[in-house]
Design a protein around this ligand. Structure first.
Ligand SMILES: Nc1ncnc2c1ncn2[C@@H]1O[C@H](COP(=O)(O)OP(=O)(O)OP(=O)(O)O)[C@@H](O)[C@H]1O
Ligand SMILES: [Mg+2]
Length: 253
């Protein structure tokens, strides 16, 4: 088979040209990084779990009408996605104070917020992805006011869907990050959820024990990351089966 053309290699994923124009193949690596790459390890099987989990969340979102880039999973580590023009922002939605928000504002981790709070961060590794205001975004042309409205609306829909899905398996969605892209349809364009949704980009706490089941396990050296992600996958019934098929009764082992 001819070698596929690599389009981009990031810290956690590789993008290859897809089989059709306007498509990409997203390959999930085992590389795990924190602090903008300062801490870096290979965690065996993490890419496989994130490929499955992102598929699960994105197909769920599509089923309630939230547009995403996901087309289909190709194999253990790869999924076919729609190529989009990425908006250079990370959209963070928070339900409970944690991480950088707690640090910056002195709000104790675990404090329930009065309503979901949305933040925007500029995707720029050289600047360490700084938080930016809507004023900055409009003034510097990273997105339009209409884009911002659409991003807030997408963020809140993803939040409600993911919160409910996680609560159903005894997990509290503390916060998460999504990346959004512009998909062109003839003369029209719309914003769709791209990149990945996985425990790399969410904070997930067990409802009963408060145990962390997300990338903070790695960031803060709290234990075995792949065990935490496997627990999330098992609870959601998305553990990969031996033959790689996702149909039929779920095998829990
Ligand atoms: N559907 C898509 N079309 C085009 N680009 C995408 C799509 N989905 C995700 N991307 C981009 O692909 C890259 C995925 O790689 P990865 O997440 O490993 O990058 P990264 O190391 O986090 O770096 P960065 O996200 O800052 O570029 C990201 O840049 C992401 O914005
Ligand atoms: Mg990324």
């Amino acid at each position: 088979m001819a070698r596929r053309r690599m389009v981009y290699e990031g810290k956690a994923k590789i993008l290859y040209e897809g089989p059709e124009p306007g498509t990409l193949i997203q390959f999930f690596k085992d590389d795990t990084t924190a602090g903008n790459g300062e801490k870096h390890e290979l965690i065996e099987g993490k890419g496989v779990l994130n490929n499955r989990l992102s598929e699960h969340f994105m197909t769920g979102l599509a089923s309630i009408g939230v547009p995403t880039h996901f087309i289909k999973r190709l194999n253990m580590r790869e999924q076919l996605v729609r190529a989009v023009e990425m908006i250079p922002l990370e959209v963070v939605v928070r339900n409970v104070a944690a991480g950088s928000m707690s640090k910056r504002l002195g709000i104790e981790e675990g404090t329930q917020l009065p309503r979901p709070i949305i933040e925007f961060y500029l995707k720029n590794d050289d600047l360490n992805d700084p938080i930016v205001s809507e004023e900055h975004i409009i003034a510097f042309g990273w997105a339009t006011q209409q884009d911002l409205d659409d991003m807030v609306s997408l963020g809140l829909r993803v939040n409600d869907f993911m919160s409910g899905m996680m609560m159903g398996v005894g997990i509290k969605l503390i916060d998460f990050k999504i990346e959004i892209g512009r998909a062109f349809e003839g003369d029209f364009q719309r914003l769709i959820v791209a990149d990945e949704i996985s425990p790399d980009s969410c904070r997930l706490w067990d409802v009963e024990t408060g145990q962390k089941l997300d990338k903070d396990v790695f960031r803060r050296d709290l234990g075995n990351l792949s065990e935490a992600y496997t627990e999330v996958a098992k609870r959601l019934g998305v553990m990969p089966r031996q033959n790689g098929s996702n149909d039929g009764p779920k095998l829990v082992h």
